[in-house]
Write a protein that binds this ligand. Structure first.
Ligand code: UD1
Length: 429
């Protein structure tokens, strides 16, 4: 499947942002740590989440979906702590099942995580964290195996700021004996959301959102009802889409505080950014300025917004530099943008963007989730037709992406093959 689009229309209107995928993945794992029922609301209906739910059902969790954005989970009948199927290998966050199952049953065997190919993605910090909680943790036959006779709280210093390792250690530590301290913890909004959710189940976590998280272990967790925070990256993607198509878009149902790094870069580009209680309006300008960006852990500029920023710099006045400091191979989209006439030079983890007056439509392939979304933005800003192939990547993290873009005036459709694409071109003219 691919997206085909005809660029040139400014995106205009309002778009409702879904729940945060990366928070939801941690929260789904947390939900199975009690034998009572947990209801989760504002769940995004995207592929990574559905894969996670299938993995949970596979080990005996009762999964009910009263509606598209709500799930009811009951983990009292889990019959296996061995999670290995074709699906779970495709997503990164399968690793949260290690922390959750280890915390609840003192044993977990989970297939090594997959996820987007944006560079080497080790899990050494996760293992280090489990070991600090008196567990044995090793990788064997493609599985992460962790077990413990008695989990005890411990002191973990994260050598790098890692969202995944912070959440994973937090999951295990809530049911360990005694106190745990995580230093140099990740401060991302989804770390805080998972902590809030665990606290609503009876956990005792303090300091989430700062770089020291303190956890006092409790005997058991109970059921809860919890609503997931809005997706910072989906919101940011639509805000940048407004900028590059010189449009006027209001992202609704968001937490503006989470968007500060993104909003401030849009201001530097010369866009108008108007902040309200739970929405932000971005008005793009005919000319945008260049700027330099370095990706950093929260509250810095997120690596998951780096390709979208790259598209904006392709169309800005002057030269802008992006330094990618989190992942080593996150500029694969540059070759695709070059097909549209972009002028980008990549040297290791630095890319130099010389702004051009226009991009022209081309046939592109999504290299990963966020880069895929960025290429769609480029296609909507470009002259003529663009196709973006491999949209399964984009569907991992964006709910109804093409539908939401159409509601803002984009001329875009999902097609199965070249024949459908020809029909689209004939119809659109
Ligand atoms: C999460 C997000 C991903 C986002 C990333 C950074 C999920 C499912 N994915 O990924 O969308 O791009 O945060 O905001 O939430 N590292 C190690 N050892 C480890 C773990 C990480 O060296 O054990 C390194 C990584 O290689 C990377 C850095 O730490 O350089 C940050 O990675 P991390 O925050 O763990 O990313 P993920 O949790 O995989």
């Amino acid at each position: 499947m691919q997206y085909i689009m005809k660029g040139g229309n400014p995106l205009v209107g309002e778009v409702i942002i879904a729940g945060a995928k990366n928070a939801a993945l941690g929260i789904l794992a947390a939900a199975i740590m009690t034998d009572e029922t947990v209801v989760i609301d504002n769940l995004p209906d995207v592929r990574d989440i559905n894969v996670m739910l299938e993995a949970l059902a596979d080990i005996g969790v009762i999964v009910e979906r009263p509606d598209r954005h709500t799930v009811r989970l009951n983990g009292s009948n889990i019959h296996s702590v061995h999670v290995e199927n074709d699906f779970i290998r495709k997503i990164r966050a399968g690793y949260y099942l290690i922390g959750a199952l280890l915390g609840k049953y003192s044993h977990a065997e989970v297939a090594l995580p997959g996820g987007c190919d944006i560079g080497s993605r080790p899990i050494d910090l996760h293992l280090k964290g489990f070991r600090a909680l008196s567990a044995k943790a090793k990788v064997e036959h493609g599985l992460v195996i962790a077990d413990s006779t008695r989990l005890r709280g411990g002191h973990v210093y994260m050598d790098m700021v890692s969202v995944g390792a912070t959440i994973n250690v937090m999951l295990t530590a809530v049911l360990a004996d005694g106190n745990t301290i995580i230093e140099n913890a990740a401060k991302e909004p989804h770390v805080v959301d998972v902590a809030n959710m665990l606290n609503s189940m009876g956990a005792n976590i303090k300091g989430a959102g700062t770089d020291v998280i303190r956890i006092r272990g409790v005997d058991h967790l109970h059921g809860t009802e919890y609503s997931i925070i809005p997706d910072q990256i989906e919101a940011g993607t639509f805000m940048f889409a407004a900028a590059v198509t010189r449009g006027d878009v209001t992202v609704k149902n968001i937490i503006p505080k989470h968007m500060e790094a993104i909003s401030s870069k849009l201001l530097e580009l010369g866009c108008e950014v108007l902040e309200f209680d739970d929405s932000i309006r971005v008005v793009g300008k005919p000319k945008t300025m260049s700027c330099n960006v370095k990706t950093l852990p929260y509250p810095g500029f997120p690596t998951d917004m780096q390709p979208q920023m790259g598209v904006a710099l392709c169309l800005a006045d002057g030269t802008g530099i992006i330094t990618e400091s989190i992942f080593e191979n996150r500029f694969k989209y540059a070759d695709e943008l070059a097909k549209m006439g972009a002028d980008i030079k990549v040297e290791g983890n630095v890319a130099v963007f010389r702004g051009v007056d226009r991009l022209t439509g081309a046939d592109l392939e999504a290299p990963d989730l966020r880069a895929g979304a960025a290429l769609v933005m480029a296609g909507l800003a470009a002259e003529g037709y663009t196709t973006v192939d491999n949209i399964r990547y984009i569907q991992r993290g964006y709910e109804d992406f093409d539908e939401k873009l159409r509601s803002l005036g984009a001329v875009i459709e999902t097609v199965n093959d070249a024949k459908d694409a020809r029909k689209f071109r004939m119809r659109v003219g």
